[in-house]
Design a protein around this ligand. Structure first.
Ligand SMILES: [Zn+2]
Length: 159
């Protein structure tokens, strides 16, 4: 009998713990579970463990310190493209003010997708859609996550 009561206690305890965590989770998510994906995409929560992240929120998925510990640091760069004669691309630092020296013009819009993917942009259906939408509008931009080497290339002045 004692054993059963103990198990009941454990069960209650477990239930209370789960409820507590659930409430905590809901509080963190603003009580809106459907927004989790949006928060992950906008970089408000870690895309691995869901932990809240400090601002600035610059769009694009981010990792918290714990999850990103093992990955080499990435450089967030904003790729801006405009249709002129071909697609003129320039790259901005995360402050969205500093323009990096390297500029690229590509003829084919397919190249924009290639560049995006190489730059660590996730070409999910949503990702593709956001690029395609910008292409249709003749201008737009996306966030890239560059390796140190890729970033260094953009910092170099091309003549
Ligand atoms: Zn994390």
């Amino acid at each position: 009998m004692a054993g059963v009561r103990l198990r009941m206690c454990e069960l209650l305890y477990l239930q209370r713990r789960i409820n507590g965590e659930y409430l905590l989770y809901n509080a963190a998510m603003g009580g809106e579970r459907a927004s989790t994906t949006r928060m992950r995409r906008s970089g408000k929560i870690c895309c691995e463990c869901g932990a809240m992240l400090p601002p600035p929120y610059l769009q694009g998925e981010r990792l918290c310190g714990r999850c990103g510990k093992d990955c080499p640091p990435k450089h967030r760069v904003y790729m801006q493209f405009t249709l002129t004669r071909g697609w003129f691309c320039q790259f901005l630092e995360a402050d969205l003010k500093t323009v990096l020296p390297c500029k690229v013009t590509v003829r084919d819009q397919k190249k924009l997708f290639e560049m995006a993917e190489r730059g660590g942009f996730h070409l999910s259906p949503a990702g593709r859609y956001s690029i395609q939408k910008a292409i249709d509008e003749g201008r737009g931009g996306i966030w890239l996550e560059l390796s140190g080497e890729q970033y260094a290339k953009l910092k170099r002045t091309v003549r």
